[in-house]
Ligand binder design. Structure first.
Ligand code: IPE
Ligand code: IPE
Ligand code: MG
Length: 247
């Protein structure tokens, strides 16, 4: 932790929380046991991010594709989301954390929808860490929705085709209120993006660790941040240009 340069922290860290199922299997338990233990990691990482001074933390909790898992696992996860939100929101609120949810939330059961709306409303005035939970989220879904919004505007004469820019697209995404993540972490060994923030991660540093999500703690986050700080972010320029600050 003392080796972290607090002036060069990423503003926004995104995490694909993977490996709950494998972790549970390794303990001889069923998959939901892994998801329950994954909640402890969420709590620890949110605490650590707040303490370190990260401004935005996006956690991939459930993908559009995850709806195709066995019904028992999906139902168990929905119950876990509702229970966790009810249990954690008072503490999150006390810690000045602002909650956001991105994804196709219309697919969620009513009880979950209500819990998310209440949590969002309750923490809306907070000014500390923005905690963004991607739920029933997929990047291709988000891009299709953004395309529809832009097409509507063109159709209604609010903008012309020539006025469509990268900013237009960025502002039409579910993440329009947040800067792009500079660092994306995926746990549990898989080196893929799995339909997560495809547009927003264009220039993110990617960090993959074998650690299963239920084992992920503050020290693992710090390790990822140190790795991030050891990299030279060139954005297409040469190393010499970056080093002379000629950006
Ligand atoms: C991540 O862990 C949590 C969700 C996708 C909801 P997994 O459930 O994908 O765990 P593995 O990949 O099967 O180990
Ligand atoms: C990605 O994990 C989604 C979440 C972590 C919520 P998956 O475990 O569903 O991804 P794949 O299927 O292995 O790519
Ligand atoms: Mg997985």
């Amino acid at each position: 932790m003392e080796n972290l340069d607090l002036n060069r922290l990423p503003k926004h860290v995104a995490i694909i929380m993977d490996g709950n199922g494998r972790w549970a299997k390794e303990q001889g338990e069923d998959r939901l046991f892994g998801h329950y233990h994954g909640v402890a990691s969420v709590r620890k990482v949110v605490e650590a991010a707040t303490e370190i001074g990260i401004k935005y933390l996006t956690l991939y909790a459930f993908s559009t594709e995850n709806w195709d898992r066995p019904a028992q696992e999906v139902t168990g996860l929905m119950t876990l989301f509702v229970d966790t939100i009810a249990k954690e929101v008072p503490d999150l609120h006390k810690n000045n954390i602002k909650l956001h949810f991105i994804g196709n939330l219309s697919m969620l059961p009513d009880e979950a929808k209500k819990a998310l709306e209440d949590a969002t409303q309750q923490t809306a005035q907070n000014t500390g860490l923005s905690l963004i939970i991607a739920l029933s989220y997929s990047s291709r879904w988000e891009l299709v929705e953004a395309t529809k919004k832009i097409a509507e505007k063109v159709k209604n004469g609010e903008m012309s085709v020539d006025q469509i820019t990268e900013t237009t697209l960025s502002e039409s995404l579910a993440t329009s209120a947040f800067p792009d993540p500079e660092l994306m972490i995926r746990t549990s060994g898989e080196c893929r993006i799995s339909n997560f923030l495809l547009f927003q991660l264009a220039y993110a540093e990617l960090y993959f660790t074998d650690t299963r999500w239920p084992d992920f703690r503050k020290a693992d986050l710090v390790k990822a941040l140190l790795d991030y700080q050891s990299r030279e972010r060139r954005f297409g320029k040469t190393s010499a240009q970056v080093q002379t600050n000629d950006i």
